[in-house]
Design a binder for this molecule. Structure first.
Ligand SMILES: [Zn+2]
Length: 365
């Protein structure tokens, strides 16, 4: 079992000091998405403002940048770290990590980002910094900040792919989510962004080769969203789980299931990864290790336990938004989203609680 490590200049634990509390725009967006859902059942050294502006030259010309867009993670894999912030005009919606996987002179991009501009920036930087042409784009799950950048990859030679459920959820929700994203970021950063649906050709269990070794596609249904893609690279023990692992940003439960998400994390934990790419790229071993899987798991367990405790004590649904989880109050999005997550967990757990059928959630060590 190969245990390659990242080059010395690879990403390290992101700087918690960059956390910025955003306004209520993101909450509005999630609630817009939620309404549709209910209808159908490293170290970063770039300031957020500069981050949003980098590599956005629509002409595609290679310009000298203050810092590279793509950071090496393991040989043949690069990452564009997300920001541990909630979505807002100050960060251009770049809160989700993007991944680039090299295959000779071409590359697969995992998540094109929140806008046409971001997709173009990723494509241009792959070419200018690494000499790689992006020929395949994988949409990890149906959230605007991950997939609206598809608009930059409509060319015939680029394969846009997603799991079938993700494609279906994008078709249902993207119109409202695009409108909400324009409201959150403003018209200019979203200029030219339009909904481009992927082919539903990705399947759980599929694998393919790359310069970094083999990748396997994993699917988790009803975890963070209806369908979440994760990718596993055994050679580097690298797990890519874009929607499933959060660090320093409060998990988004609006389209998900707290029970399903906890079960997904237990499965992912059994892989024992050395690297985990969620909203941020994290080393899971070594002196700068961050247990992103464990942190997300712990939040969801704490959320579940708090809701069950309130049900046991006879509190009413109108009181649930008062349930706080102060251990996470420092995470981006806590003020905007924790009450909503509690409400959502309550709605899911109450019927299970009545039947005494809530699965146990063991807090990870
Ligand atoms: Zn998401």
């Amino acid at each position: 079992m190969q245990q390659d490590r990242a080059p010395r200049d690879g990403p390290q634990r992101p700087d918690a000091g960059r956390t910025v509390q955003a306004g209520s725009a993101m909450t509005s967006m999630r609630r817009a998405c939620e309404a549709v859902f209910l209808g159908m059942a490293t170290t970063l050294t770039i300031a957020a403002g500069a981050y949003a502006q980098q590599n956005t030259d629509a002409t595609g010309a290679c310009a000298r940048e203050a810092a590279p867009y793509w950071q090496p993670l393991v040989p043949g894999v690069w990452v564009r770290p997300g920001l541990a912030q909630d979505i807002g005009a100050h960060n251009g919606g770049q809160v989700a990590s993007q991944l680039l996987i090299g295959q000779g002179n071409s590359a697969t991009l995992v998540d094109p980002g929140p806008s046409l501009a971001q997709g173009l920036a990723a494509r241009r930087a792959a070419r200018c910094e690494l000499g790689l042409a992006i020929t395949r784009v994988l949409d990890s799950h149906a959230h605007a900040e991950n997939v609206l950048g598809n608009a930059a990859f409509e060319a015939e030679q680029v394969r846009l792919e997603a799991l079938p459920e993700t494609r279906a959820a994008m078709a249902a929700r993207c119109p409202k989510c695009l409108a909400a994203m324009v409201q959150a970021l403003g018209a200019e950063p979203m200029a030219g962004t339009r909904i481009v649906l992927p082919q539903p050709s990705l399947q759980a269990g599929q694998d393919w080769d790359s310069d970094a070794g083999a990748w396997q596609a994993l699917e988790f249904r009803w975890a963070h969203t209806e369908s979440d893609l994760a990718l596993w690279n055994e050679r580097h023990r690298l797990l890519v789980a874009p929607g499933l692992v959060y660090h320093e940003r409060l998990p988004e439960l609006a389209q998900g299931s707290v029970v399903g998400w906890i079960a997904a994390l237990e499965t992912l934990r059994s892989l024992r990864p050395d690297w985990v790419v969620g909203n941020l790229p994290l080393a899971a071993t070594g002196p700068q290790a961050v247990d992103g899987l464990g942190q997300t798991h712990r939040y969801l367990c704490s959320l579940s336990r708090a809701v069950l405790g309130a049900l046991d004590s006879g509190r009413s649904v109108t009181e649930v938004q008062q349930i706080g989880l102060p251990a996470y109050a420092g995470w981006a999005g806590y003020a905007q989203r924790n009450g909503f997550n509690v409400q959502r967990a309550w709605r899911e757990l109450e019927p299970l609680w009545i039947r005494d059928a809530v699965p146990a959630c063991e807090l990870p060590e």
